[in-house]
Write a protein that binds this ligand. Structure first.
Ligand SMILES: [Zn+2]
Length: 121
């Protein structure tokens, strides 16, 4: 399960929460210090040392990309965006990332691709 880092908008407490991919984005996150639900996701440096981390990073990129694109998902656009992001970050995203981008660029939806990939956890 990936850990997401947050900063509380109220008391600025920095904390991390483990959220399964399934729940990420629709599970409320509450500050453990003051109980405030207004928190901001802290996007840290991508850790690529562990293959599971890389995979979970990939899943959250997909989720974020889908939110940015809205309901009318255009896989080709998302694929291009992800390829551009990986080029700009200079990080080696690995075989699976390239495969996902490739599938997106051929018009597969991120939901289809997620179903094909092995379950995280
Ligand atoms: Zn707080």
């Amino acid at each position: 399960m990936p850990a997401y880092e947050y900063i509380c908008d109220n008391c600025h407490h920095f904390f991390s929460v483990r959220i399964s991919y399934e729940h990420y984005g629709n599970q409320p996150v509450v500050c453990p210090q003051c109980g405030n639900a207004m928190v901001t996701r802290h996007i840290g440096k991508v850790r690529m040392s562990h293959s599971d981390d890389a995979r979970m990073q990939l899943f959250s990129e997909l989720a974020d990309a889908r939110k940015m694109e809205g309901v009318d998902e255009n896989p080709v656009e998302i694929g291009r965006m992800m390829r551009r992001m990986s080029r700009e970050s200079g990080a080696e995203m690995g075989e699976q990332f390239n495969e996902v981008v490739d599938r997106l660029e051929h018009g597969q939806t991120s939901a289809d691709i997620e179903n094909d990939l092995p379950e995280p956890d």
